[in-house]
Design a protein around this ligand. Structure first.
Ligand code: SF4
Length: 291
């Protein structure tokens, strides 16, 4: 995706705060396995329905569709617009959302013959641009579809993310105003975290070695705790990271990290970082924050 030329880092922040936040949230909430849906298609429809409404309302609309076996490209293509409006009414703004769904279905039919696998194979930047060209599909919706349905490495920015970063002074000024700036902050610094994780304990070399050679990088943030590297093992670790981890942390692998991270932020936002924040007991309570 296109990135703003400006740095999205605040002051001397090297982005390591993102790793600290991730660890604190992951230690509290565990693995999230988002998004709450039974299929990639359901994720896509849910991403459109969730605009400007609570998830509980989306669930009612999804139930209406699922109980009538309508959660497929073909069924949604065939259904009359007025009937679709009726079924998704609980999600609010159902007139506009029904039109958006129909536009999206038409896009998938013309461009990808209703094949999610073909959509997954599309170039990330190209697919994102195409989704954004669909009437009524904004950045958050497009990126939710990209990340959670198509498993593309695109970080989703939502109100919870914006609020958390703002309350913790992580990015400031004009940088926080644009979606793409916030997104760039995450993508730049999560990459940075993965590329520079270190350890000062030589006993960890085997752990690092095994992580460097595994396809499962779920625990990568937890296994590297951000301390200084020992020069004696510097080369070996660098080789492992450079030749193995860096090569693996792309595509679906980094999408998994983005998936987990955003889901953890949403959980924090729902439980603690609400409009009226409940900092006491929040996993991020120990970090400096505005409230
Ligand atoms: S509730 Fe308080 S401590 Fe938790 S994320 Fe929000 S501002 Fe930070």
């Amino acid at each position: 995706m296109a990135h703003d030329e400006k740095s999205t880092k605040k002051g001397n922040d090297d982005g390591s705060i993102l790793k600290i936040i991730y660890n604190l949230l992951r230690n509290r909430f565990g693995k999230m396995n988002w998004w709450p849906a039974e299929s990639d298609f359901e994720v896509m429809i849910g991403a459109i329905l969730t605009q400007n409404t609570a998830w509980t309302n989306v669930e009612k609309a999804i139930y209406n569709l699922k109980s009538r076996n309508l959660l497929s490209f073909e069924a949604m293509d065939a259904i009359e617009l007025d009937l679709l409006k009726e079924y998704i009414r609980p999600s609010g703004y159902y007139n506009q959302k029904a039109l958006k769904i129909k536009e999206f279905i038409n896009f998938a039919k013309k461009g990808y013959n209703f094949s999610i696998e073909l959509m997954k194979k599309e170039n990330t930047a190209v697919m994102r641009e195409k989704l954004l060209n669909i009437s009524g599909i904004g950045e958050e919706t497009a990126d939710s579809i990209m990340l959670y349905a198509l498993k593309k490495p695109v970080f989703v920015i939502d109100a919870y993310t914006r609020r958390l970063l703002e309350r913790h002074h992580i990015i400031e000024g004009s940088l926080k105003e644009k979606y793409k700036n916030l997104q760039k902050y995450f993508t730049d610094n999560i990459d940075n975290i993965n590329n520079t994780d270190n350890t000062d304990n030589i006993d960890n070399i085997n752990k690092i070695d095994s992580i460097a050679h595994t396809d499962n990088i779920d625990n990568i943030f937890n296994d590297y705790n951000g301390s200084k590297i020992n020069n004696k093992i510097n080369n070996k670790i660098n080789n492992n990271i450079d030749n193995n981890i860096n090569n693996k942390i792309n595509g679906e692998a980094i999408a998994e990290i983005y998936n987990e991270y955003h889901a953890l932020i949403v959980m924090t936002g729902k439980m603690f970082c609400r409009k009226n924040p409940m900092c006491t007991g929040c996993p991020l309570e120990e970090l400096n924050h505005l409230i």
